[in-house]
Design a protein around this ligand. Structure first.
Ligand code: DQA
Length: 150
């Protein structure tokens, strides 16, 4: 099987299900993982699904993805709006990247309207809850097969 798609989740996403359910829904992080695993399997792919509250660990995983992943999905949580370190790591990562947010960051507080990491992303999906992760996997599956057909 081809290299896995890395799905990296940032700070506070470990609290999904109980964290502000009116904003983020009631699905847990494990539910999201199961969705991603099923969607990837249906497309002949696999996922490596991780979460960390630590910015440096997320940077380390992005660096790892440079050689080990076939594509990358990132929900950087609040680091999306602050982290130049994550942006730099993503810019150095030559695999296709899709940025995902569960909520629609554009109909929330103004400080959420800018994501530093979007510059490195092929596409951005927000506001569709867990379905956004599945759509991101579909998008990466096409990008990966186009790259192979090359
Ligand atoms: C989030 C949106 C961010 O603004 C917030 O800090 C998060 C989650 C989302 O998935 O909607 O932690 O990335």
């Amino acid at each position: 099987m081809a290299n896995a798609i890395y799905v990296l989740n940032g700070p506070n996403l470990n609290l999904l299900g109980t964290r502000e359910p009116e904003v983020y829904g009631t699905e847990t992080l494990d539910d999201l993982k199961q969705r991603c695993v099923r969607k990837a399997e249906s497309l002949g792919l696999s996922v490596d699904f991780r979460q960390s509250n630590a910015e440096g660990e997320l940077v380390d995983w992005i660096q790892e993805a440079r050689t080990k992943a076939s594509g990358l999905i990132v929900n950087a949580g609040a680091y999306s709006h602050t982290s130049i370190a994550m942006l730099d790591a993503l810019l150095a990562c030559e695999v296709p990247i899709v940025e995902v947010h569960l909520s629609n960051i554009f109909n929330r507080e103004p400080f959420r309207h800018r994501s530093y990491i979007s510059r490195a992303a092929k596409g951005v999906i927000c506001g569709l809850g867990g379905q956004g992760y599945e759509l991101a996997i579909e998008a990466l599956a096409s990008a990966i097969s186009q790259a192979k057909a090359g």
